[in-house]
Design a protein around this ligand. Sequence first.
Ligand code: PLP
Length: 354
Amino acid sequence: MKKHNFSAGPAILPQEVLQQAADAVRELDGIGLSLIEISHRSKEFIAIMQEAQGLVLELLGIENKGYEVLFLQGGASNQFLMVAQNLLEKKAGYLNTGTWSSNAIKEAKLYGTVYELASSKEANFNYIPKNYSIAEDLDYVHLTTNNTIFGTQLKTLPDTDIPLVADMSSDIFSHPFPYEKLALFYAGAQKNMGPAGTTLVVVKKDLLGKVSRTIPSMLNYQVHIDKESMFNTPPVFAIYTSLLNLRWIKAQGGLDQIGKLNHEKAALIYDEIDRNSCFSGFAAKEDRSIMNVTFNLNDPSKAAAFDALWAEKGISGLKGHRSVGGYRASIYNAMPIESIKVLVACMQTFEKQQ
Ligand SMILES: *Cc1c(COP(=O)(O)O)cnc(C)c1O
């Protein structure tokens, strides 16, 4: 039996996407060859790359606005340093909302002065700081739109003319968002886009070419743009499977429909957390993520009993990250509402047993 997969990442993908990806590994569209044994310069793969790039812009509603779409490697973690190498001349501002933001800050400091605009570290990152000020002389401001580990999510962007850069690894394609206000954003594929192995980077062309350092080719956005995201061999399987998922998102009705459903799905769990006397939510209510729902048992000594209950119901991947403890239900786009109902029923059963 297929489990109810609440894994934070690599994470759930639609069943039909997995089936189509498996088929293409055997043979791509009747061409007598596997997807993973053809040249990335073949007409078949070039068509895949171009369709994927086009669909990213279409789904995000930012066509013809000067953005380039790249499918790179090295994960979101490599973007922590690429962003700084390509954009940081003197000073940048970073909002510190969790482990990933902190890692991004650490890398950026190798290239220039980094100001922490604000941080919620003192509260173990259970909220998103607001009302911080942004100096006029920053090269860019870096934000993490969804904090995968802590279960908080940015609902609005700061009002500033400084270019905004965002790590959107765990909430890209999850709901309508003012993408056009971002100068650059990136996402490791394995949370809400596809399998591990590629990182989506969307960048405004006019943002580049402003730093004085020499950038190694593999780390230079402009080099990847000039080579149409094929400067070196791209991760063909990860890109193709991401394309299948982008087609699936479009078939669901795009981000409007997906977003509506994601809000409904998240509300089901949050309502139960708030109603159920055995559990408490971790994140501040106004900052709750619709992708990663973090919660704790009010009596942690009961953990073994609750863990046995959900495991028996076929739920997988519910354990919280070690820095938060408790539970984390990651409910990305592909998570069916039925699986969420199974989790909610478990929480209700658990309460009755107590
Ligand atoms: C998972 C995650 C990362 C790290 O991604 P890698 O692809 O493993 O480098 C960075 N930022 C966020 C928000 C994440 O969720």
